[in-house]
Design a binder for this molecule. Structure first.
Ligand SMILES: [Zn+2]
Length: 279
């Protein structure tokens, strides 16, 4: 990759939740751990600032006041203040909401789509099958809250057909195929099934870091892919549409990590990653 395809990567956090460690990493204690909701600002040399996910927003607190969505808040305590949203943090860095022309959505869980409605000019890029709008209890079960989407979402959606996938360079193995999202080879999207239908991960080069793989929620903690530790089976089976594929995705990231220890693999909710990469 040339310099023309290298991003300035800024990893940020918009809110957090908590969960027992043993649910996230089987065999650990039942002590509560803090689970940050990370998102990434990717500054492309020609195309400007692009977001990968947006974290939580206070919309969660508003939307879960009523049945059946309050069930979601009962299961997942969310901590987010107005000044912690993606838009507020970008403003403080001199990037206005209208400057964001692209938001890449790894999947449609609320801790990734919280801020979509705060970016009035953005196109939303995601794997076409990842968007399965639901309401009521079905939405809660899918980790989706319909009120999080902007009213003009359909008009700004730019779904990616997974069939556009091309052969990837050997560095990304065992991920053999992916979509060149921007057409210049700078962002290579791959499929990370199991956690959510159509989940997307991204390979890129970052200034000062080198190769990076943003693996979204393919695992919650970096220890999962380093040490091949799976979550508690109850969580895997209750939460995931395809528990077997979830394990398989972690195994593939584990292989990737073993082959390329220099690659920065960043899960969206890993407290270690937050400490290491967030500015
Ligand atoms: Zn998720």
């Amino acid at each position: 990759m040339t310099n023309d395809q290298t991003f300035k990567l800024t990893l940020l956090q918009a809110g957090h939740t908590t969960a027992p460690e043993a649910m996230i990493l089987r065999g650990e204690s039942w002590r509560k751990m803090t689970i940050p909701a990370l998102f990434a600002l990717l500054e492309h040399p020609r195309l400007g600032p692009i977001l990968f996910d947006t974290g939580y927003s206070p919309r969660f607190l508003a939307e879960t006041r009523r049945w059946p969505y309050w069930l979601y808040a009962k299961m997942t305590p969310v901590f987010i203040r107005a000044e912690e949203t993606a838009a507020a943090q970008l403003q403080r860095r001199g990037i206005r909401p209208a400057d964001i022309e692209r938001v890449i959505v790894s999947h449609f869980h609320v801790d990734h789509i919280g801020g979509l409605a705060d970016f009035p000019r953005a196109q939303f890029i995601f794997y076409a099958d990842a968007f399965q709008p639901k309401t009521g209890l079905a939405a809660v079960k899918a980790g989706f809250l319909p009120g999080h989407l902007p009213a003009d979402f359909a008009g700004r959606a730019a779904p990616v057909d997974p069939a556009q996938a091309i052969g990837l360079p050997p560095e990304t193995a065992p991920f053999a195929r992916g979509v060149d999202l921007l057409g210049d080879g700078s962002l290579l999207a791959v499929r990370l099934p199991g956690h959510a239908v159509g989940q997307m991960g991204l390979f890129l080069q970052a200034e000062g870091l080198g190769p990076v793989f943003l693996c979204a929620d393919a695992c919650w903690h970096s220890r999962a892919f380093r040490e091949l530790i799976f979550p508690h089976p109850l969580l895997n089976h209750l939460l995931h549409p395809d528990p077997a594929a979830y394990h398989q995705s972690i195994r593939r990231i584990h292989q990737l990590h073993q082959r390329r220890p220099e690659l920065h693999i960043i899960p969206s909710h890993c407290p270690e990653a937050a400490q290491q990469y967030c500015q």
